[in-house]
Write a protein of this length. Structure first.
Length: 128
């Protein structure tokens, strides 16, 4: 088996509410069988919408650049470059860029997931 490499510029971009998403690893990309991974870009002032959970697994995000805040089951925490945040299985969460530069985030899922496996919560918002 040869080494599998993909550059994010080679991945299809999905413009979703509050972010631009590129899948980099899943069963179709890199042949990953037990995990999936994407990179998102969140512009200043944008919130990844809607709030959601992953009923079948967990997610960990790593803030590559930028700053903002996360909401996990009603609790808010600040995040910045170098932070990792765990979103436990089934926990409702969302991310917001409260900084003045684009935020780049690496998102890892185990087991592998896709947008079809998200559960959405349209009525959940960040507290004022």
């Amino acid at each position: 088996m040869s080494v599998q490499v993909i550059h994010e510029s080679e991945a299809d971009a999905l413009d979703l509410p509050g972010r631009n998403l590129r899948w980099l690893a899943n069963d179709k990309l890199l042949g990953a069988k037990h995990l999936s991974m994407c990179v998102i870009r969140v512009e200043p002032g944008e919130t990844v919408r809607p709030a959601h959970s992953h009923p079948n697994g967990e997610e960990i995000i790593y803030i590559v650049s930028g700053s903002g805040r996360v909401l996990v089951n009603g609790e808010v925490a600040a995040v910045s470059e170098g932070c990792a945040v765990l979103f436990p299985q089934g926990e409702v969460h969302m991310l917001q860029n409260s900084g003045d530069v684009p935020m780049k985030v690496a998102c890892f899922f185990a087991p592998a997931t896709n947008l079809d496996n998200y559960r959405f919560f349209e009525d959940v918002e960040f507290p004022a």
